[in-house]
Design a binder for this molecule. Structure first.
Ligand SMILES: Nc1ncnc2c1ncn2[C@@H]1O[C@H](COP(=O)(O)OP(=O)(O)O)[C@@H](O)[C@H]1O
Ligand code: SF4
Ligand SMILES: [Mg+2]
Length: 388
């Protein structure tokens, strides 16, 4: 492997749609210690075997309930948290760089390409630094600019995120949540990164402000050739901003698909449950019924087999024994749902369609997968799942 390149200009060979990141078998376990000797008695398996491939220029939404491991996964990918196992390859400057093999100093240099926007705009900015210093710091630390060039770059960044040069001498306490998030975004852009992991960047904001920040992130993506991993606990937040969506449960990705396909055709009971929680009530959509029971189990004591089985309404005895794997249920659409739960989701999805058939002359019999009342596409019979 070559030493990581350190210039911040986009790699010349990079094209939109190329692979930018490959994550394989990523695990991040936190030891659980007990007693006076602080003996390790177990592990919180916050990330437990994640595979992901990210395309340059795309936005991947990463969704799951609180405690499912989204933040740990995001931070592990750029080694803000050290993963326990697995590989992370970042494509940069024509090289395929194994981030797990980089020494700390090499990783620090490369981190200018891999930025992180923190969830909480109220605690993520240093309260003792003014806006100028907050945004300038990455440029100063990396010796990218100084003097009037530094001032110009910071001013231009701050304008670009919708703030004014007057704001530069103020301190974080003087700003609203949305403005603080803009400052955090300006700082993350300072080094002209390729990949930004935005960890619930709008969760702490009012709904009207959320839309403004989402719009800003979308505009910046085109302008700065950015690839995003956009973390949220709510599927409604990522729907419009994401090209693809990955759904995470207890440290694992249980479903991943193009955004439109996932919302139209959820193919894991957990995704259907998350969707039912955010969609407008509609009696014709079967997956809007309450879709799971209980709460997220302790990741230090995750259920065996399919980790979702303690909450799944379709669970059968085999679910506690057999560990499901991601498999393709439609082109580009992968799910860990087993054949029997896909079959049962599909059968349930037909119920409202069958009702409709009695009033609309049987149109529902046509199996139109384009309607929201058909959570699974018609070609996903148990006999052909995973073969497409
Ligand atoms: N530093 C840590 N030490 C021990 N456990 C942790 C640590 N960070 C996170 N966890 C645990 O890992 C699990 C996943 O956490 P997190 O990645 O923050 O989830 P999410 O972002 O989806 O809410 C949770 O059970 C959390 O308590
Ligand atoms: S494998 Fe079993 S528990 Fe897991 S989602 Fe399918 S039916 Fe539910
Ligand atoms: Mg989190």
């Amino acid at each position: 492997m070559n030493a990581p390149a350190t210039q911040s200009a986009p790699a010349p060979a990079a094209k939109a749609g190329d692979t930018i990141l490959e994550v394989r078998g990523l695990k991040t376990y936190f030891p659980v210690k007990k007693g006076v000797w602080r003996r390790v008695v177990g592990h919180v398996k916050a990330v437990d075997g994640v595979d992901l491939t990210l395309r340059r220029g795309e936005t991947l939404g990463l969704v799951g309930e609180s405690g499912c491991g989204k933040t740990t996964l995001g931070r592990s990918i750029i080694r803000l948290i050290e993963p326990t196992a697995g590989s992370i390859h970042f494509h940069y400057g024509g090289d395929r760089i194994d981030l797990m093999q980089l020494k700390r100093a090499e990783m620090r240099k490369l981190r200018r390409e891999l930025q992180y926007i923190f969830q909480d705009p109220f605690s993520s900015l240093n309260p003792w630094m003014n806006v100028f210093d907050i945004v300038a710091e990455p440029l100063v630390v990396n010796r990218v600019a100084s003097g009037s060039e530094l001032r110009d770059r910071v001013e231009s960044l701050i304008r670009r995120v919708g703030l004014k040069p007057d704001h530069l001498r103020r301190y974080p306490y003087a700003f609203s949540g949305g403005q603080r998030q803009r400052i955090g975004i300006a700082r993350s852009l300072a080094l002209n990164p390729s990949l930004i992991i935005a960890d619930e960047p709008v969760s702490a904001l009012d709904v009207s402000v959320q839309a403004q920040i989402l719009n800003l992130l979308e505009e910046l993506q085109d302008e700065f050739n950015l690839t995003y991993i956009f973390v949220a606990h709510d599927l409604s937040v990522v729907e419009h901003i994401s090209d693809r969506v990955a759904v995470m449960y207890l440290g694992e990705i249980v479903e991943i698909a193009e955004s439109e396909e996932l919302y139209r055709n959820p193919s894991h009971p957990y995704t259907a449950a998350l969707l039912s929680a955010v969609l407008e009530p509609d009696p014709d959509r079967s997956f809007e019924r309450p879709r799971m029971k209980g709460i997220v189990p302790d990741p230090a004591d995750a259920p065996p087999g399919c980790k979702f089985h303690t909450r799944c309404l379709y669970a059968e005895p085999h679910c506690a024994r057999e560990v499901p794997v991601l498999r393709e249920v439609a082109p580009g659409h992968e799910s860990k749902a087993c054949a029997s739960c896909l079959e049962r989701m599909r059968a349930e999805a037909k119920e409202p369609a069958a009702d409709a058939a009695s009033t609309d002359g049987g149109a529902a019999e046509s199996g139109d997968a384009g309607t929201p009342s058909a959570p699974l596409s018609p070609n996903q019979s148990p006999s052909n799942e995973g073969k497409q």
